[in-house]
Design a protein around this ligand. Structure first.
Ligand code: FAD
Length: 372
């Protein structure tokens, strides 16, 4: 089926209703990221949003992706993050100068036949990205990679990996380059996915590279450039993570307010007890505040303007208000709020994930402090 940008929001809703809502609890219970997540997302056009029309995509903007992030996170931030991470690789490869990237890999990623991911983090280096030690050594007309990556979204299923490696440890961040690694090639060894407290659908896992060979065409960004590109594109990621937190809070508030208006205690609806009502007003206020920050950052990113500060503010706020807001919603529902069917427990695990992915709350403080 072919989709256009104008029916994209309807396709996101259809995916949410037909695929995500009926399956998310079972996937989480099984602790898996099913490969079918990507083929189903592709059938609804979700993996093509940022690929230009001329290259076979929907030609959407960053703001379209942001809206999708928020909407899908009503039922699973983990699934939204997994889909968007693969979509990001499809979009980047769709305009690559390399035929193989543009004409073979990108269409397969958009079709959900292949899964993409981005790999910076290593077992010993997360926040301190410049400390990565996965090595890339020049050999003839190619490179040999050795090292280990950990905590990679889609690590459970990824085939095509935008990977960052060190070409010269003496140069620090200036020695880091990015490469396109194909998990189907020799020298790639996938590890078992991490067994998380929740949010298993994100498929977080790791892998090792043992004398993995690639050619010069698979160097994506050279030393000196790769780190800068990563630090620029991370503002987009920080902002859609914050949008995902808006989505989770919106859903939890809807569930809690509906429930507390129907149930009563001491002769009145739970919602009408001032203590409960005011606590839900606080959640509503946090949602509105975070939405404003997300919108500010999103517009700057869409316009290719400097978004370091607004993205860090949105991500910091998301990391700090989402989990308390979710527990407030559970509290308003009493024991009933603990039932898995409401997905608030799933959201709680994902809210904690959101406080780490693409930079922890403390790293946001570091970014923001430099503007004060
Ligand atoms: C589910 C999940 C998915 C992820 N997906 C990806 C992915 O797709 N690709 C990828 O590359 N990475 C991914 N990550 C990794 C993520 O980017 C890291 O978890 C994050 O950068 C933090 O690194 P760390 O967990 O190693 O914590 P550490 O760097 O070890 O830090 C531990 C704690 O110390 C704090 N801390 C560290 N330094 C300072 C300091 N100077 N001042 C104050 N506090 C400090 C941190 O904020 C944190 O709270 C994912 C993580 C999770 C949980």
């Amino acid at each position: 089926m072919s989709y256009t940008l104008s029916n994209f929001p309807a396709q996101v809703s259809a995916f949410d209703q037909q695929i995500l809502q009926p399956n998310i609890l079972a996937w989480e219970k099984a602790g898996i990221q099913p490969q079918s997540l990507f083929s189903s997302a592709a059938e609804h056009g979700l993996l093509s949003i940022e690929t230009p029309c001329a290259n076979g995509g929907l030609g959407g903007s960053y703001l379209d992706k942001l809206a999708m992030a928020r909407q899908l996170s009503h039922h699973s931030m983990a699934a939204a993050f997994a889909i968007i991470n693969s979509q990001n690789i499809a979009a980047r490869l769709s305009t690559s100068a390399e035929d193989h990237h543009r004409n073979i890999l990108a269409p397969a990623l958009r079709a959900g036949e292949l899964v993409g991911c981005t790999a910076l983090t290593e077992p010993h280096a997360g926040s301190d990205f410049a400390a990565i030690t996965t090595s890339a050594q020049k050999k003839g007309d190619g490179w040999v990679l050795n090292g280990e990556k950990a905590w990679i979204t889609n690590g459970a299923n990824a085939d095509i990996i935008m990977l960052y490696a060190q070409t010269d440890p003496d140069k620090g961040w200036r020695g880091i380059a990015s490469f396109l690694v194909d998990a189907r090639e020799a020298g790639f060894q996938r590890h078992a996915p991490f067994d998380l407290i929740g949010g298993a659908v994100i498929g977080a896992g790791g892998f090792s590279l043992n004398n993995y060979h690639l050619t010069d065409r698979d160097m994506f960004a050279p030393p000196g450039e790769a780190f800068k590109i990563a630090m620029t594109s991370i503002n987009g990621a920080r902002t859609y993570v914050a949008a995902m937190c808006v989505g989770m809070m919106e859903h939890a508030l809807e569930v809690a307010s509906n429930y507390s208006k129907e149930r009563s205690s001491f002769g009145t609806a739970i919602f009408d007890h001032q203590g409960v009502k005011w606590s839900l007003v606080d959640v509503y206020a946090h949602i509105q505040g975070l939405k404003t920050l997300v919108q500010q950052a999103g517009v700057k990113i869409a316009n290719n303007e400097d978004a370091i500060l607004p993205a860090a503010l949105a991500k910091k706020m998301a990391g700090e208000v989402t989990l308390p807001a979710l527990t407030t919603c559970v509290q308003a529902m009493g024991a009933h709020g603990l039932l898995a069917e409401h997905l608030i427990g799933h959201h709680m695990a994902c809210a904690k994930i959101a406080a780490f992915t693409d930079g922890s709350t403390e790293m946001m403080n570091e970014r923001i402090a430099s503007y004060i």
